[in-house]
Design a protein around this ligand. Structure first.
Ligand code: PSU
Ligand code: MN
Length: 305
């Protein structure tokens, strides 16, 4: 066992018994949603995963360890604490070495999941190529991680705060498959569709698990994006969300927001401007992803043992 890893009892037991485990990130809790709904959602998501035959492992950095599975108290603390560091690949060793608290992004969660032998990871949305990246060079480290770490990310696509076309191009260059779950086009987080076709479509968890298992059997390093559209009832009107995102982007520029602060700033602005409607949508889509992700993890576990 890696000396830096600290597995919860639930995760340890699951691994001993060969049960499927699903990773969850903590940045979505600390930087993606406000308290207390962040904690409520984190707990609900964990329960959905259990109800579908898998074991949840929320990942975070605490006391010089990479925690794989958080207790209720730890979860509550991550939800309430202010100023928790947002940890991507770059930040991970420093935060662990100095014993500081850190919330893991998609990239860092993939790294930690891989260290713990977990292949399935559920979240809301991935980072991507930002609009204007041709001058800012702001490309999320999530995309690099998808290129080199063997973990599948079940998400609702990416928000159109990003340049979705360039994000798809980047993933193509890096050889990362984007699999649409019951969809032919990339979902854009708040909306079920975008103008960009996915690479492949899967209509059941078995097909996704087969594709993942084959990729790794072939020695093809890297992850995959499983893009699962937001449930119809919670989708936000496209024109409405587009206007909100434009305004959020303008404000980010006006305030000279850059680096790792860009995404949290935009997420908070969108939520403020939609009066909480985006938060309801965010929660609904994460819960749906948990259901689909657990089903995929169960099928994958059958193939990999
Ligand atoms: N997109 C969302 N919600 C989130 C994030 C992205 O819809 O919570 C978080 C994730 O943790 C993701 C990170 O990995 O933001 C990407 O940040 P950046 O763009 O700085 O790489
Ligand atoms: Mn960035």
């Amino acid at each position: 066992m890696n000396q830096y890893l600290a597995l919860s009892e639930e995760v340890k037991k699951a691994q001993e018994e060969g049960k499927p485990v699903v990773a969850l990130e903590s940045t979505i809790i600390s930087h993606g949603m406000p308290y207390p709904r962040n904690v409520e959602t984190a707990r609900a998501v964990e329960q959905i995963i259990r109800d579908h035959g898998a074991v949840p492992a929320t990942i975070a950095i605490l006391d010089g360890k990479i925690k794989i599975g958080l207790s209720n108290t730890e979860l509550e603390d991550f939800g309430q604490a202010e100023g928790t560091a947002k940890v991507s690949r770059r930040d991970l060793p420093y935060l662990v070495a100095t014993g500081q608290k850190g919330a893991t992004t998609v990239a860092a969660t993939m790294i930690c999941a891989d260290l713990a032998g977990i292949r399935t990871f559920v979240t809301g949305g991935i980072g991507g190529v930002h609009r204007g990246a041709e001058t800012s060079m702001d490309v999320s480290a999530d995309l690099e991680e998808l290129a080199k770490t063997n973990v599948a990310v079940i998400c609702a696509g990416a928000k159109s705060i990003l340049d979705l076309g360039l994000t798809m191009e980047y993933l193509e260059t890096k050889g990362v498959p984007v699999i649409g779950y019951e969809t032919d086009v990339l979902p854009a987080f708040y909306t079920r569709t975008s103008e960009f076709p996915v690479n492949f479509r899967a209509d059941d968890p078995e097909t996704v698990a087969a594709a993942l298992n084959t990729k790794w059997d072939l020695g093809l390093v890297g992850g995959a994006v499983v893009a699962n559209p937001i449930p119809e009832a919670h989708a936000i009107d496209e024109a409405e969300i587009a206007a909100v995102i434009d305004q959020a982007l303008t404000e980010a520029q006006k305030n000279s927001i850059n680096g790792k602060d860009v995404t949290p700033f935009l997420l908070a602005k969108v939520e403020e401007l939609t009066g909480g409607k985006s938060l309801d949508a965010n929660i609904a889509l994460v819960e749906h992803n948990a259901h689909v992700g657990a089903d995929i993890a169960v099928k994958l576990a059958n193939k990999m043992d």
